[in-house]
Design a protein. Structure first.
Length: 184
């Protein structure tokens, strides 16, 4: 019985092509397609366009701000580089001035030390010469006294005349100095 029912139904209906839909499906599908197309065209597309325009404007604004910030950063970098170069130049000038001042101070110290050494040396020579003269005078008088005492002991008399004794001693020492200078 089932077999008879299937056979009858198959004969009553023509076998449609499964690739081609029925005409009412095509009409309803086309109608809904047009409705959806109009809604998208009139409602969704303007909103989407407005949103994209806003984003585009925001992006362009941000790009402009970024360009401006980059220009400011470049200007700041150039200013920094210029100030750094000026600071280096100024530091070099300061170092050079310090070297020159150092050289001047050293030269002044050397000059002061040289003049002080010369003064001390001159004072020492003067003092040495004064002491030499004092020693010479003292020695001369002692040698004169000793010579007179020795001469008195050799002769057997006391030489009491101081002026005469001093003259003899001076003549003896002068002869001694003259013979010493001639030897040199």
């Amino acid at each position: 019985m089932l077999n008879a029912l299937v056979t009858r139904l198959a004969a009553a209906e023509e076998t449609p092509n499964p690739l081609i839909p029925a005409w009412y499906d095509i009409v309803w599908s086309a109608l809904w397609f047009v409705i959806i197309l109009v809604v998208v065209w009139k409602v969704a597309l303007p909103r989407l366009t407005a949103m994209l325009d806003e984003r585009s404007a925001a992006i362009e604004g941000n790009i402009a701000k970024a360009d401006e910030a980059q220009k400011q950063a470049e200007a700041a970098l150039e200013e920094y580089t210029r100030q750094l170069a000026e600071a280096r130049t100024e530091a070099g000038d300061i170092r050079e001035a310090a070297r020159e001042d150092g050289k001047k101070i050293v030269a002044e110290a050397k000059e002061t030390a040289s003049s002080e050494a010369a003064r001390i040396t001159a004072a020492a020579h003067t003092q040495i010469e004064a002491e030499r003269q004092a020693a010479f005078v003292s020695l001369r008088s002692e040698v004169g006294t000793l010579a007179i005492d020795l001469a008195g002991g050799v002769v057997g008399e006391t030489l009491a005349d101081d002026a005469r004794a001093t003259a003899v001693v001076d003549r003896f020492l002068a002869d001694l100095e003259a013979s010493e200078k001639a030897a040199q």
